[in-house]
Design a protein around this ligand. Structure first.
Ligand code: NAG
Ligand code: NAG
Ligand code: NAG
Ligand code: NAG
Ligand code: NAG
Length: 442
């Protein structure tokens, strides 16, 4: 996440140049740093005290499953691309697998608010029929729709932000039928940033948190429940207060389609997994399956880990280009059932296979509970041949004994069972094995 603050030289970049960079090269969060000291605008309304209202309990209990425009299309979005993705949710079986959200990211509006109403205006070319029309079409397919704004004066790509306009924008989104809001962290006036721990030591009272709390309060005043996604890049100790403000929160900078990103974000998340429960999800950022040069094994790990750590899973590619193998990964019923479990909110967590097992970064062995029982997930990070083994006695909640294993990838028992004492398995390079472990009763 430090790279977010490492580009001050570009601070003077003009807006057209910024837009060019955004569209062609940079991720949203990098651009953020270009302008965090932009001069404050004159907010239309400023609330005197920060709202303490929490996020809606009518949505966001389990982590979001959906799709977002950004990783696939950046700023080059349109009504037809969004509606195409919604239709692909039906035709590719994604809706049936549990995917719900069709989310529009940055660059959907005009650069200026309506002079009279102060409302954000949809781009008259990209969304010629308005966002409400897209929302109605998405709803007609039995899906939900998300939009994007920013807890600053402008979005990362320079469109109107919601700081100071929270009530107006929340009402606009409500009128359009919006179900989900991703709220970014760009163009924050300097007096709204945090240079030190807040005086009372509680980051819930930081300027950063208060910018997000203002929108939580504005959303709560509307009739529709909105799932609120805090795109705060792991700033301001967000895992300590995020659940009081939204349903999920980004824990670092933007994703990219590389194995280095996958291992780095897992490593960040394993230190803060105690924050994850129902209505409270560490967001490892949107999916890169279908993008870049990830191997199919790396894509399996990408999906499996996002599922077993209960991150939101928002697909980020042109769905029409997914292979059958990629579709099989993202519709895996056992992993989605773990991710969406209605009775267990906790994620899987690392466990030690033996008291002296070598530590890896990130850990390779995880275990967690679902309604079905105890699960074990094993990532193969290593480039050296090594047998992956665990003793049942080291699994919390189980003990030494005899067990059947179900391979979650294929939804079938592991051949050669039952297994007594321990289990060993070969895992392909950068792949992840996933099992349900159940006591064997003869
Ligand atoms: C809104 O105000 C801006 C800036 O004053 C002006 O350039 C623009 O023409 C106005 N738009 C309308 C529709 O009146
Ligand atoms: C920052 O300055 C603006 C404009 O003067 C003001 O409305 C806002 O309340 C200030 N924010 C904080 C956190 O003091
Ligand atoms: C991808 O993310 C990793 C981990 O954060 C980072 O080291 C790498 O530089 C990023 N690559 C690109 C092309 O941004
Ligand atoms: C994928 O690999 C090709 C060939 O090695 C390379 O040119 C390209 O930059 C890579 N793309 C990404 C996104 O890493
Ligand atoms: C894990 O991947 C490495 C690298 O390809 C491979 O050499 C090793 O055999 C794999 N580990 C297991 C247990 O299969």
């Amino acid at each position: 996440m430090n790279r977010l603050v490492s580009l001050p030289l570009y601070h003077q970049t003009s807006r057209p140049m910024l837009k060019f960079l955004v569209a062609l090269t940079l991720s949203t969060s990098i651009v953020a740093s270009l302008s965090t000291t932009a001069p404050p605008s004159s907010p239309a309304t400023v609330e005197v005290s920060a709202p303490t209202t929490g996020p809606s309990k009518l949505t966001g209990k389990t982590p979001a499953l959906g799709w977002n425009t950004w990783n696939a299309y950046g700023c080059s979005i349109s009504e037809s691309l969004v509606i195409a993705a919604a239709n692909q949710f039906i035709s590719l079986g994604l809706k049936q697998a549990g995917y719900q959200y069709i989310n529009i990211d940055d660059c959907w509006s005009e650069k200026d608010r309506d002079n009279t109403t102060q409302r954000i205006v949809p781009d008259s070319t990209k969304f010629a029929n308005g966002i409400d029309s897209v929302a109605a079409q998405v709803h007609d397919l039995g899906l939900q729709i998300g939009i994007y704004s920013d807890a600053g004066t402008n979005t990362c790509a320079g469109y109107p932000g919601s700081l100071g306009y929270e009530s107006i924008d929340a009402a606009t989104f409500n009128d359009w039928g919006i179900d989900y809001l991703k709220y970014d962290n760009c163009h924050v006036p300097s007096n709204w940033t945090d240079s030190a721990t807040p005086p009372d030591g509680d980051w819930y009272n930081s300027n950063s948190a208060i910018r997000y709390r203002r929108m939580t309060g504005a959303l709560a005043a509307q009739s529709r429940p909105v799932q609120f996604s805090l795109c705060i890049w792991g700033r301001a100790n967000v895992w300590g207060w995020g659940a009081r403000v939204g349903h999920s929160w980004r824990i670092s900078g933007d994703a990219n389609a590389s194995w280095a990103y996958i291992t780095s974000i897992i490593n960040i998340n394993v230190g803060i997994l105690d924050a994850v429960t129902f209505y409270a999800h560490n967001d490892m950022d949107m999916m890169e399956i279908g993008n870049g040069n990830l191997t199919i094994e790396e894509e399996r790990t990408h999906f499996a880990v996002w599922a077993f750590l209960k991150s939101p899973i928002l697909l980020g590619t042109d769905l029409s280009k997914l292979s059958a193998a990629q579709l099989a990964i993202i519709t895996n019923a056992e992993l989605i059932a773990f991710h969406q479990d209605p009775l267990v909110g906790a994620p899987a967590k690392p466990f030690n296979t033996t008291p002296t097992s070598p530590a890896t970064t990130p850990p390779e062995y995880y275990t967690g509970e679902s309604s079905k029982g105890t699960h074990v997930f094993i990532i193969n990070l290593s480039d050296v041949a090594d047998t992956k083994v665990f003793d049942f006695a080291n699994l919390p909640g189980l003990g030494d004994g005899t067990y059947m294993l179900c391979d979650m990838w294929i939804g079938a028992p592991v051949a050669g069972g039952p297994f007594t004492g321990s289990f060993s398995v070969s895992v392909a390079a950068h792949d992840t094995a996933a099992f349900l472990v159940t006591p064997y009763n003869g």
